[in-house]
Design a protein around this ligand. Structure first.
Ligand code: CO
Length: 253
């Protein structure tokens, strides 16, 4: 049912300020921007290869996104999987008694969408989306590669995500970690929480870029670089809306 990681959602205080980092410094092209009145958010989707980055700014205080911002501050908020038929998938999850936040799909920035309860997915807020037909993704100089998720037991998480979403496991020879997803559609790396400072849930973003030097220059201008080498860049979370971002050098096929 699930085809790829459609986007990763990040809650921000100011969409305009966040765009200065994600769009202008990192170079991700803006694909869509809209205010979604019933959810009380202003949102932007930025192209990042086969997946997108969604920035969410609350527009009033009584919404889930506003409460998240008040409680946790800016940061990673949800991951969205693309499916050709969100209604059918939601029905199948309901039949398995999976805890849902949306009992029926509704209209969101990414198309027809629905959220699961984070308790069903190891403290990760998961969105399912069926985007409108005929959307071409813009080319971007930096691409999403994987989302790192901290959990108590990566093998248990793997089983849960395989059972709920049918995510395939990608071979990984790295101790207790496991990697799920698609080489062309983004992956989830499940790691023991101790490896990510005790975080249970979404912990970091890995991205890839073919050229490091121009990227480092742009990122240095906004004081976003924590470390940069010939083939990798680690960003300061405070420059990236509290998101841990790592970029490695990779020539796109
Ligand atoms: Co979303």
């Amino acid at each position: 049912m699930i085809k790829k990681i459609h986007h990763v959602g990040i809650v921000v205080e100011s969409l305009a300020r966040a765009c200065r980092f994600w769009r202008d410094a990192l170079g991700l092209p803006l694909a869509r921007e809209a205010e979604i009145a019933d959810q009380g958010v202003r949102a932007a989707l930025l192209a990042a290869g086969d997946s997108e980055i969604e920035l969410l700014e609350p527009t009033r205080a009584d919404t889930g996104v506003a409460r998240f911002l008040a409680r946790h501050g800016e940061g990673l908020h949800h991951v969205c999987f693309e499916t050709p038929d969100v209604d059918a998938d939601l029905g199948a999850l309901k039949a398995q008694n999976v805890a849902l936040l949306d009992q029926t799909p509704r209209q969101g920035l990414a198309g027809r969408i629905a959220f699961l309860d984070p308790s069903a997915c190891g403290s990760v807020l998961v969105e399912l989306a069926t985007p409108p037909h005929g959307e071409a993704s813009a080319d971007s100089p930096v691409r999403f590669k994987r989302l790192v998720i901290g959990c108590r037991d990566p093998q248990d998480m793997t089983k849960t995500y395989q059972q709920l979403f049918g995510l395939p496991e990608v071979a990984v020879n790295d101790g207790p970690r496991s990697l799920l997803g698609w080489s062309g559609g983004g992956t989830l790396l499940m790691v023991p929480a101790v490896e990510v400072g005790g975080t249970l849930g979404m912990a970091a973003l890995s991205m890839v870029a073919p050229e490091m030097a121009p990227l480092v220059q742009r990122l240095q201008k906004v004081d976003a670089v924590m470390f940069s080498g010939a083939s990798e860049i680690t960003l300061k979370p405070e420059a990236a809306n509290n998101v841990h971002v790592h970029i490695s050098r990779y020539h796109f096929p």
